[in-house]
Design a protein around this ligand. Structure first.
Ligand code: ADP
Ligand code: MG
Length: 298
């Protein structure tokens, strides 16, 4: 499905598959994300969401299919490769150091320094200013950038990670279940930052199993179920209820399948039992009639 005719998506996968031994984690999945849109990846546990974003972020390579960044085929060998193409991933565990300050975490791995070697040191003032400015752009007033990250709420920590990715030049922001562990209010905060990132022209891949978080913010939805795609839907073509139904539909069908299997198994077990009883009964009646034959002969 072409979401925007004539425009090249920031990233796109075509018919990618990923196998772990016998497990088909993903089969023929296609999806894309354009600048200034939120693309939601929806699916239940085990659907293949994490596997797909690990492909997008360079952790895994697809076993089959193509990966294109702004129309160019790419072969990432590590998350660093993806990052250098402007594809930043914020994982649930966030890769932050709780005891370090907000500013330190903001610059983790790319610290601004002052002075010349061997007198170089972390440029605290610049870090403080940039962190404050970037957080303000996302609509967060940081009281004290020296505050340890561990003292922030889950939603605030996510927003630091998002602001950091945006500042360091991310074009695509991949968020793996950023709202899963959060309460309603906190989830709302994160959804607002996602909207800010979109407003700044980023493409956002938002992974969640919660339709109620995805629907208000999403522009398009790709539904995964047991490694397969149900397809991609634009918000203008589906209502929230449609999406809920599609997800529930998959679940219900699966449940029904399990139930039928269970029935069949129970059925097989019951007929086996019946057959056994029948054979025993037959044997018994044979034995009885033989016994009566014997009696009659005597
Ligand atoms: N490293 C792995 N080795 C073997 N199987 C895996 C591995 N990673 C994921 N899987 C399997 O692939 C399927 C999809 O998993 P995952 O991508 O984590 O789903 P989701 O994130 O949607 O819950 C599951 O059946 C899971 O057990
Ligand atoms: Mg997952």
């Amino acid at each position: 499905m072409s979401a925007r005719a004539g425009e090249t998506p920031l990233l796109e996968v075509r018919d990618v598959s990923k196998y772990f031994g016998n497990v088909i984690a993903l089969k023929d999945i296609s999806m894309s994300v354009y600048a200034g849109e939120v693309m939601c990846l929806l699916g239940d546990n085990g659907a293949g969401k994490s596997t797909l974003i690990k492909i997008l972020s360079g952790v895994y390579q697809p076993d089959e299919g193509d990966y294109l960044v702004e129309g160019r085929p790419v072969h990432f060998h590590s998350p660093r490769d993806a990052l250098s193409e402007g594809i930043a991933t914020v994982y649930q565990d966030l890769a932050m150091i709780p005891l370090l300050s907000i500013a330190r975490n903001f610059f983790l791995g790319s610290e601004p320094t002052v002075g010349v070697w061997p007198f170089k040191r972390f440029d605290l003032r610049r870090a403080d200013r940039v962190t404050r400015e970037e957080m303000a752009k996302m609509g967060i007033a940081v009281r004290d950038t020296e505050q340890p990250v561990g003292t922030l709420s889950g939603g605030e920590r996510q927003s630091v990670a998002i602001a950091r990715a945006v500042y360091f030049g991310a074009k695509v922001l991949i968020l793996d279940e950023p709202t899963a562990a959060l309460g309603v209010k906190e989830a709302g905060i994160v959804l607002r930052y996602i909207a800010q990132a979109r407003a700044r022209g980023l493409g956002v891949v938002f992974i969640t199993h919660n339709v109620h978080h995805a629907y208000p913010i999403g522009d398009r939805f790709t539904l995964l179920n047991r490694g397969r795609s149900y397809g991609t839907f634009s918000k203008r073509d589906v209502t929230r209820e449609d999406v809920v139904q599609m997800m529930a539909g998959g679940e219900e069908l699966e449940e029904l399948g399990h139930e039928l299997e269970e029935f069949a198994r129970a059925d097989t077990a019951a007929s086996a039992k019946l057959a056994e009883v029948g054979r025993a009964f037959e044997a018994e009646s044979r034995a009885m009639s033989q016994a009566s034959d014997v009696r009659e002969q005597t």
